[in-house]
Design a protein around this ligand. Structure first.
Ligand code: NAG
Length: 272
């Protein structure tokens, strides 16, 4: 009786080994990380009846980490730009990257292999994009030459970021959508892959108004990744505001006003 049970058990075991092969359950790679943050990559797999031979991690097809249970220590990291593995926190299912940089962006793949006799292997991947938020807010500058007689030209330049900021103008709280009033400039490349953009605005002369330029760095619009849409933490915006008081003649009244207050200040300084 006992013997028969054991035989049944063995047969059952064999069946299981046959029917459940090694498979990846889930590879989780954060879609976005801020520069300087750590990143945790997770590889969940099911061995079925197989023994684990190795777990390997690649970024854009270049291996940077492997885990072999038969080795001592089992974890080993390879040099790869932008990828710095925290070995103390990494094992056969998890890899922790220290302080990601803009060079860390890419496709991360986990590959799990079984021992003999099956030698089965399975892989899964995910893309990570590293975001750099601008340190400074956008800057508004004026240009007397541009704009012509009945318009004043204002230029808004974003701080350096990755991905590029999206700029918008509003006048008295209302977003400017008229393309005739907007002058977009292409992105300017800076060191370390950062970019800045600029957007000009033509403001009609002859009235007072409050203008505002907003720079938004929100990676959510990229590829419409569902992982980030509605994720308020990553959407980031900064703005610059300016009160424009322009007369219909040149030079604009704002310049005269400014000159006036500077004069007053000077007078006061001399008086005391
Ligand atoms: C506006 O700023 C951008 C970027 O700083 C610059 O390339 C462009 O020449 C400026 N335009 C004017 C009219 O000053």
């Amino acid at each position: 009786m006992k013997f028969r049970m054991i035989v049944l058990f063995l047969m059952f075991n064999l069946l299981i080994k046959e029917s459940i092969p090694l498979r990846i359950l889930r590879v989780s790679v954060p879609a976005y990380r801020m520069r300087g943050q750590p990143a945790q990559l997770q590889c969940d797999y099911e061995l079925g009846g197989d023994g684990l031979y190795s777990v390997k991690w690649y970024r854009d097809d270049e291996e940077f980490y492997r885990y072999l249970p038969k080795y001592n220590p089992p974890s080993h990291a390879y040099k790869l730009e932008g990828v710095k593995v925290d070995l103390s926190k990494s094992d056969d299912r998890r890899v922790v990257l220290q302080q990601v940089t803009l060079r860390s962006s890419g496709v991360y793949r986990c590959e799990v292999s079984a021992e003999a006799p099956s030698f089965a292997s399975a892989a899964g991947e995910g893309r990570m994009e590293v975001v750099y938020l601008p340190r400074e807010g956008p800057r508004i500058t004026g240009n007397q030459q541009e704009g012509g007689g009945d318009h004043l030209f204002l230029n808004c330049t974003s701080g350096r970021s990755y991905p590029a900021a999206v700029l918008s103008w509003d006048i008295d709280g209302e977003k400017v959508t008229n393309p005739d009033l907007l002058v977009p400039y292409g992105a300017t490349a800076h060191a370390h892959g950062l970019v800045s953009v600029a957007l000009g605005l033509l403001v009609p002369r002859g009235r007072s108004m409050q203008v505002r330029c907003t720079a938004r760095v929100a990676p959510a619009w990229r590829e419409g990744s569902e992982a980030v849409v509605g994720h308020g933490l990553l959407a980031h915006s900064k703005e610059a505001m300016l009160l424009v008081r322009s007369g219909s003649e040149r030079p604009p009244a704002s310049v005269i006003l400014l000159a006036g207050s500077v004069l007053l200040l000077l007078l006061r300084t001399f008086q005391t």
